[in-house]
Design a protein around this ligand. Structure first.
Ligand SMILES: Cc1cc2nc3c(=O)[nH]c(=O)nc-3n(C[C@H](O)[C@H](O)[C@H](O)COP(=O)(O)OP(=O)(O)OC[C@H]3O[C@@H](n4cnc5c(N)ncnc54)[C@H](O)[C@@H]3O)c2cc1C
Length: 380
């Protein structure tokens, strides 16, 4: 059988694309095959992101914050956001939401197999698993089969352990999300804590580092324990859920095009939608998959070309990452400088690739020119 579309990998990007296809009148009857080696039945990650207004996945947003807090050694500030909302979605809610919706469609099939190769043959894309070969007009790939080579010369790892803790007594203010708390030792590199309360007695506390290597498991645990006791001043709590993650922050070229493969389109991290300087992916995946649907609906080639602004944001990202990788400045100094000098919405617009050129200039003007100029020239 020949499918219209094969979605290779049903994580954030694959399922976002599927949901958008099935809610688009011109596409919802297409023959779609979704292949993943995993069943997507675990709460394996929590996604946080920011956007204005209501998004497509609003019904499954666990919690959202209008106020974010930034802390460093010499200054602490709470920022009320006039337009952006910082939102949280649980992985399992997202997987269930999309998969249960898709089960209502007879034209959508799910297969649980491991993909070994994706290639083209006679103007069709082919997905080869350990059991069979599947063909389609287009394959949207989010597996790591086409990932570029990453090593310590071009990449940092964003690694983190998060605990959802529950306290007996009310201790949190669920209206304020702590985006970054840099009052921690920076001995390994850029290191901060993230505290997202979802009620007066529950919060996600996450110890996050941007460094070359991951730490020993015990180090994350020790830091989380110490932070909860010394900074949050909580003695009694229960750990309800834990998550560990590693996100690549890389200068390597992740591309939405696979060389010489017109019918294979990379999406998600595979397509370069993990922001090199921050690791955020969810919101960029939403914009890209929305774009793909728009093109498919108009019968156009579904791989949007990079715009001039896309290229500019990629350059800013590479520059910021290069400054940290080459240790010209620490992440703590860069973020503290920005948060001290600028309104949070300008920073979020910049980090979300939504700023105007005028706002880009304000960001650049707030940062020390020397390190950014040398890294910027290197990354041109
Ligand atoms: C723990 C964690 C927390 C994160 N938190 C955030 C956050 O708060 N905000 C944010 O913006 N980003 C976050 N990220 C980064 C990013 O959003 C996620 O990694 C996101 O899931 C990336 O989407 P994706 O579709 O590219 O990859 P994935 O969601 O990982 O999906 C890829 C899919 O491909 C499948 N697959 C891979 N190889 C094969 C194969 N050979 N055969 C068959 N199937 C295969 C996998 O099983 C998987 O289901 C987080 C990442 C992690 C790991």
């Amino acid at each position: 059988m020949k499918y219209d579309y094969i979605i290779a990998g049903s994580g954030c990007a694959g399922l976002s694309l599927l949901y958008r296809m099935l809610t688009a009148p011109q596409l919802c009857k297409k023959q779609i095959l979704v292949i993943d080696k995993s069943q997507k039945n675990k709460n394996d990650r929590t996604w946080c992101f920011w956007e204005k207004g209501k998004g497509l996945f609003e019904p499954i947003v666990t919690h959202q914050w209008e106020t974010l807090e930034f802390l460093s050694d010499d200054f602490t500030r709470k920022f009320d956001m006039p337009t952006y909302r910082y939102k949280m979605i649980q992985g399992i809610d997202f997987y269930n939401h999309v998969i249960n919706f898709a089960k209502e469609f007879e034209n959508v099939s799910f297969i649980s197999e491991s993909i070994t190769t994706i290639q083209s043959e006679n103007n069709l894309a082919e997905v080869i698993t350990e059991k069979a070969v599947y063909k389609a007009a287009y394959v949207f790939n989010s597996t790591n089969l086409f990932h570029p080579k990453m090593d310590t010369s071009n990449s940092l790892l964003q690694h983190f352990e998060g605990w959802v803790i529950k306290t007996k007594t009310p201790v949190f203010d669920a209206t304020v999300g702590r985006l970054m708390d840099f009052r921690l030792s920076q001995q390994h590199g850029t290191t901060f804590m993230y505290v997202l309360p979802t009620s007066e007695t529950e919060a996600l506390v996450e110890y996050t580092l941007f460094t070359e290597k991951v730490l020993e498991k015990e180090e994350y645990k020790a830091e989380l324990k110490s932070y909860i006791q010394n900074y949050l001043q909580i003695e009694e709590y229960e750990i309800q859920h834990t998550e560990f993650g590693i996100i690549p922050m890389s200068l390597a070229k992740f591309s939405r095009n696979v060389p010489n493969e017109k019918y294979i389109i990379n999406i998600g991290t595979a397509g370069g939608f993990t922001k090199a300087s921050s690791g955020y992916t969810f919101q960029f995946v939403q914009k890209h998959t929305e774009n793909i649907i728009e093109l498919l609906q108009h019968g156009k080639y579904p791989n949007p070309a990079l715009t001039f602004r896309d290229k500019m944001f990629q350059w800013y990202d590479r520059t910021l990452l290069e400054v940290i990788l080459s240790e010209k400045l620490q992440g703590k100094e860069i973020f503290a400088t920005m948060f001290k000098k600028l309104p949070i919405e300008t920073i979020l617009a910049f980090l979300g690739n939504e700023s105007t050129f005028w706002e880009d200039l304000k960001i650049m003007g707030s940062l020390p020119i020397g390190p950014f100029l040398t890294s910027g020239i290197k990354q041109l």
